[in-house]
Ligand binder design. Structure first.
Ligand code: ASP
Length: 417
């Protein structure tokens, strides 16, 4: 007999509610929750981190080699990067703008006993140099996502240039891509347990009160996520992609719900590709642009960084100047590029944004307790942006192909005459 199972996103959502209830019940035993429930959440996070590098590497490689043409890869990749950068810069500005509007309602939390340890500060030039790997193992071992992308590009271009001789490598890459996608599917089946075990200790330790005190900051971020999706993506998919925004959001709903509950762009990748292809994105575009987007395109994360920067500054009694605001837009755009699409990654990058304008990084501790709630919304926006980009780039590529074939047909007619 066939048993009907709840869709995974629904299971995760139920886990989320259960985690809040159990967290509240365990408030007087938060040590227990931390010691015995949290480790299972950490196992789930570790598994997600384990799969991120092979998924991104092999899906990018498979995407690049499926195009068989370096110029095409250049056009598709170039258009996607321009779209990603522009929308992320807009997203940070929206975050800062709404952050300033909501500032008067933000709570003023005492900052005297905060601690948060940020990583070392790196200069812009070092950041650029660090994009290029000096050996093929370290990027994979350290999950340096930008280096992994560069590796995929170099190897992919070489495979395309060699042509037929590389056939065994192409087959191998496609098979490994399928294998890692299957691994991802298996790991994602554990997400209801993972989500429950990650969230219960947070609620047990901080109580629902933490939600209350940060409610306005969360609201500001969610209003921005909403506005950015409705205005920016609707306009983009309608104007360039020729798709009605209603249809876009309707078809994207399963991927968006999944992203909301799993808080991982990379985890949502297979489902997001499926939804985008249903909307008309070409497979060769989704398989290149979307793993790239799951790594470098983070509009939700950029918004979160903008809103949190304003909130943290206000708690420290600092008012941001215009030059600090411009610096935040630039660094948040760059910071979101290097963020891997796994839960909590954006919070680590917030340190870079705060440091760039001299705000105290300890301020992150103010929002760390509710990071998961910010993360669910920002991941949903992140993956929606990846899909909008795939649709737009597919359209642009289609136009380019038509123009090219029209040009070839025209020159053949001319030659015949
Ligand atoms: N969880 C986000 C994502 O996967 C990254 C972040 O933490 O902002 O897209």
């Amino acid at each position: 007999m066939k048993t009907r199972r709840l869709p995974l996103a629904m299971q995760i959502f139920i886990a989320l509610i259960l985690a809040i209830i159990c967290g509240m019940l365990l408030q007087s035993h938060s040590e227990f929750a931390k010691a015995y429930i949290m480790p299972f959440g950490t196992i789930f996070l570790n598994l997600l981190k384990f799969i991120v590098v092979p998924i991104v590497l092999f899906s990018l490689l498979a995407g690049i080699i499926s195009m068989k043409d370096i110029k095409k890869v250049g056009f598709i990749g170039g258009s996607a990067v321009v779209f990603y950068m522009c929308t992320t810069a807009i997203a940070t500005s929206v975050g800062l703008l709404f952050g300033n509007v909501f500032e008067r309602w933000f709570p003023t939390i005492s900052t005297s006993n905060l601690t948060y340890k940020a990583g070392d500060k790196v200069s812009i030039m070092d950041t650029i140099v660090n994009i290029f790997p000096s050996n093929p193992i370290t990027p994979l071992a350290n999950a340096s996502m930008l280096q992994v992308i560069v590796m995929a590009l170099i190897i992919g271009f070489a495979i395309i240039s060699i042509g037929d001789k590389a056939k065994p490598a192409v087959d191998m890459i496609n098979v490994w891509n399928d294998i890692f996608m299957k691994c991802m599917e298996m790991i994602l089946k554990l997400s209801p347990i993972g989500v429950f075990c990650l969230l219960t200790p947070v609620v047990a330790e901080n109580g629902p009160m933490i939600l209350g005190s940060l409610a306005m900051v969360l609201l500001a971020a969610y209003v921005c996520y909403f506005v950015h999706a409705i205005v920016c993506y609707s306009l983009a998919v309608k104007a360039i992609g020729g798709i009605s925004p209603m249809k876009f959001f309707k078809e994207m709903a399963p991927a968006m719900i999944f992203a909301f509950s799993s808080a991982s762009s990379v985890g949502t990748l297979p489902l997001n590709m499926e939804c985008s292809e249903k909307l008309g994105a070409k497979k060769e575009v989704t398989s290149f642009v979307m793993p790239l987007g799951a790594t470098i395109n983070m509009d939700g994360t950029a918004i979160y960084q903008g809103v949190c920067a304003v909130f943290i500054a206000s708690c420290f009694g600092i008012h941001l100047t215009i030059s600090q605001i411009i610096t935040i837009v630039l660094t948040a755009t760059l910071a979101s590029i290097g963020t891997a699409g796994v839960p909590g990654a954006g919070m680590v990058m917030l340190a870079m944004v705060l440091q760039s304008v001299g705000l105290p990084v300890e301020g992150i501790a103010l929002v760390a307790g509710v990071d998961r709630i910010f993360d669910m919304g920002r991941t949903t926006l992140n993956i929606t942006g990846d899909s909008a980009c795939a649709l737009i780039v597919s359209k642009l590529e289609e136009k380019r192909e038509t123009k090219k074939s029209g040009y070839i047909a025209g020159s053949q007619v001319e030659a015949a005459e």
